[in-house]
Design a protein around this ligand. Structure first.
Ligand code: ASP
Length: 428
């Protein structure tokens, strides 16, 4: 036997085994290792960090390339049509998510003893104003936006470039037409290369998942008890309800698509988001799922990066539950109906401003709390309750991020179907 074929033999079992099962086994092993070995297992963290770094590495190139290709391959009129539908879906589902979060808060009434709380002063000044959040969509420097990975600003710039290319491609001037085609082909090539790289990175996912999960359970496991346990249960039941009522409802009744087939591909980004806690990091996997579900590239290359940034249904539910927890802990009573209205509006807008990175939702929660007269100030009871939430943020973030990306994919699929652009051959 040659050296080459025997080398193939010892690792080929790994690649031959179904990727999803490998990822699930990684997840279960991670939980067990984290709970059994606790801090002794923390040495494993670099293996998880490597997975996150690999995903992040291709995040910006993929957003820029697919968005430019997407925007420039649809006619300006079509882009407007897709864009409007997607944005309406995103906003409506986010608003419903806040309702569900508030309802979960009202049903479970999570409340805490605030005697020994930690100080949350460090987070105090971090909430940006609404005007600043909206203004920041327009970058003052495209290069800086790329380097700082301010996704919304990059999306804005890439969209403008893509739209400009699409106009030039239909211009009467041959020189301009040629120049635009060169640019288009360049970005199309970048997008294809990135897609191939993602396929390779996903082969590492089972190991990355095992390590990330082990670290979360090693560091947070024992803390997730008591009143915070109720917050967690309320959030996760809210997440599950939103998936069943909104996403599955949309896919089954609005788009009239088989749910089982939908899950075949939707589960990959769900699991990746759960362990990486980053919508942005999961974006390549969400895009692959959209491709496998038959969504045309010119739709998903626009809607998914946008969704990873502005559509945060899990974050909206989390904000509804946590705001209720803090109100009950501090005031002893929950929100009035007008206050709930304010929370729905602010949390929907806050979810637009929430970056798709781990822990971002906790910062935007400050904006929501402020809007109903619960500002986090140093030493206050609100700060105490807020600090408690921060203690279990990793766990809550796993669920909300999984929901965030599931929402992007569901809305994208339903919009594609509503425009008769879904490749139904992939659903047979
Ligand atoms: N981690 C979430 C995401 O990436 C954002 C959040 O913290 O709510 O979607």
């Amino acid at each position: 036997m040659s050296g080459k074929s025997s080398a193939k033999k010892w690792y080929s079992w790994y690649f031959d085994f179904n990727l999803l099962y490998r990822i699930l086994i990684g997840l279960v092993l991670g939980v067990i290792l984290g709970l059994v070995f606790k801090e002794k297992i923390l040495w494993i963290q670099p293996l998880g960090d490597l997975f996150v770094r690999l995903l992040k590495m291709i995040m910006m190139p993929i957003i820029v390339s697919t968005l430019i290709v997407g925007a420039s391959s649809v006619s300006p009129a079509n882009l407007g049509r897709v864009g409007l539908r997607v944005i309406i879906f995103y906003l409506v589902t986010s608003a419903v998510a806040v309702f569900i979060g508030l309802a979960m808060g009202a049903v479970f009434r999570p409340s805490a003893e605030l005697a020994n709380v930690a100080d949350a002063a460090a987070r105090e000044a971090a909430a940006p104003s609404l005007a600043a959040t909206l203004l920041n969509i327009v970058p003052t420097s495209v290069m800086q936006a790329l380097v700082n990975e301010t996704v919304l600003a990059v999306i804005f710039a890439a969209l403008l470039i893509g739209i400009a290319i699409s106009f030039l491609r239909i211009s009467g001037d041959e020189r301009k037409q040629h120049a635009a085609s060169v640019l288009y082909n360049f970005f199309d090539g970048v997008a294809e290369v990135m897609m191939l790289i993602i396929k390779g990175i996903m082969q590492y996912a089972p190991i990355g998942v095992l390590s990330l999960v082990a670290v979360v359970f090693a560091t947070n496991g024992p803390k997730v008890v008591g009143s915070l346990g109720i917050v967690t249960v309320a959030c996760f039941i809210g997440y599950a309800l939103h998936i069943i009522l909104v996403y599955l409802g949309m896919v089954k009744f609005l788009a009239k698509l088989p749910i089982k087939r939908y899950f075949q591909d939707a589960k990959d980004p769900f699991i990746t988001a759960f362990v990486t806690r980053s919508s942005n990091g999961t974006l390549p996997v969400t895009m692959e799922a959209a491709e496998n579900l038959g969504v045309p590239k010119d739709i998903y290359s626009f809607s998914l990066p946008l969704g990873a940034t502005i559509n945060m249904d899990g974050t909206a539910i989390y904000q509804g539950v946590c705001a209720t927890f803090i109100a009950l802990s501090v005031w002893g009573y929950g929100f009035s109906i007008p206050q709930m209205g304010i929370i729905v509006v602010t949390a929907t807008l806050a979810s637009i401003g929430t970056a798709g990175v781990p822990g971002a939702g906790a910062i935007m929660l400050l904006l929501v709390l402020d809007s109903v007269g619960l500002p986090v100030t140093a030493g206050s009871a609100v700060a105490g309750a807020y600090a408690m939430i921060l203690g279990i943020d990793a766990l809550l973030d796993m669920g909300r991020t999984a929901l965030n990306v599931t929402g992007d994919l569901a809305c994208t699929t339903v919009v594609a179907k509503s425009m008769n652009e879904l490749d139904m051959k992939k659903w047979k």
